[in-house]
Design a binder for this molecule. Structure first.
Ligand SMILES: NC(=O)c1ccc[n+]([C@@H]2O[C@H](COP(=O)([O-])OP(=O)(O)OC[C@H]3O[C@@H](n4cnc5c(N)ncnc54)[C@H](OP(=O)(O)O)[C@@H]3O)[C@@H](O)[C@H]2O)c1
Length: 282
């Protein structure tokens, strides 16, 4: 990485939606230069686009030596393939890793000790859970590293993730299931909110186009206000609620005992349970 005394060589495995978004962020943010990177990605189209940016990309680990020289080793490998690809994609990587290097995986549900098992001792493992707003630099990225991962590697992983949004660390890997259920899956809950508000707007008599515009703009505008404000969400909510007014009438429904809070708790619990099941291979 460009801010460290010695350049870091980074291998990116998988240049799909998340991998591509991170890579663009690293280049734009000056965190990495094209020549620091090696990308492994089966799509010829994607490899051609990367070549146009001066990035060396190969179809598989087998081609790495021919592309970068037989002595090239990655200080850091970012794993951005689907979890179901991990068992086939990771075994060829260890010969490409420098001793003491680090594997940073965003693959949902694949535990650190499982990842470490592919690389053996001497390679550190860090897990990250991003979400889709990471594609526009507004993601929430939660990181986990075991106690043996040195602070310098934690900082490097954090710097790579920070280009995609806000970063937080957890010290207990088991919390990743709850993280997945809240920030990982959370964007879908917000998109559903737009859909539901659109449907309610149509029910209330608005034409469909206007209903969709109102719902989307309101959710996005309120989200941006919450983002920029120093006030907490409850204060922002109270700021739009006059006693006996229209908002109060709606909130009486949404805040009823079987309202949104109860529903959200059930939804998050269901997502966390599914995350635990998937991590167990079910
Ligand atoms: N999207 C999210 O919201 C989100 C959130 C949190 C975590 N994640 C995690 O991020 C990871 C990537 O997700 P994504 O949405 O970016 O998936 P994606 O768009 O499908 O990207 C995966 C990329 O990996 C490539 N690939 C497949 N097999 C490979 C191999 N053997 N070696 C190297 N590359 C290979 C795929 O190429 P082809 O398309 O040609 O097969 C594709 O370009 C997943 O593990 C997911 O759990 C995603």
């Amino acid at each position: 990485m460009t801010d460290s005394p010695q350049r870091q060589r980074v291998l990116l495995l998988g240049c799909g939606k998340m991998g591509r978004a991170m890579l663009e962020g690293w280049l734009k943010g000056g965190i990495l230069a094209a020549e620091d990177l090696l990308v492994i990605e089966p799509s010829a189209d994607v490899r051609a686009q990367l070549a146009g940016q001066g990035i060396i990309a190969v179809a598989s680990a087998r081609d790495a030596a021919a592309a970068r020289g037989k002595d090239w080793r990655a200080d850091l490998a970012v794993i951005a393939v689907k979890p179901q690809i991990i068992a086939e994609a990771l075994p060829p990587l260890p010969p490409l890793m420098a001793d003491g290097g680090c594997v940073l995986s965003i693959a949902a549900g694949i535990r650190a000790d499982t990842l470490a098992g592919y690389f053996g001792s001497g390679i550190h493992v860090v897990r990250a859970m991003p979400n889709t707003p990471a594609a526009i630099g507004r993601g929430m990225i939660v990181l986990f590293a075991g106690p043996s991962v040195p602070p310098s590697l934690r900082s490097q992983c954090e710097a790579l993730m920070r280009v995609s949004g806000r970063v937080a660390w957890i010290g207990d890997e088991n919390l990743m299931d709850a993280v997945t259920a809240v920030s990982g899956s959370g964007p879908a809950y917000v998109f559903l909110m737009i859909e539901a508000l659109t449907e309610a707007a149509v029910d209330a008599g608005l034409p469909e186009d206007l209903a969709a515009l109102l719902a989307r703009t309101t959710v996005c505008g309120a989200g941006e206000l919450a983002w920029r404000s120093d006030e907490d969400a409850a204060t922002l909510r109270r700021n739009v609620t006059s006693p006996g007014g229209t908002t109060a009438a709606a909130l009486e429904v949404l805040m009823a005992p079987d309202g949104l809070a109860a529903l959200m708790k059930r939804a998050v619990a269901a997502a966390a349970a599914r995350s635990r099941e998937l991590a167990g291979g079910n």
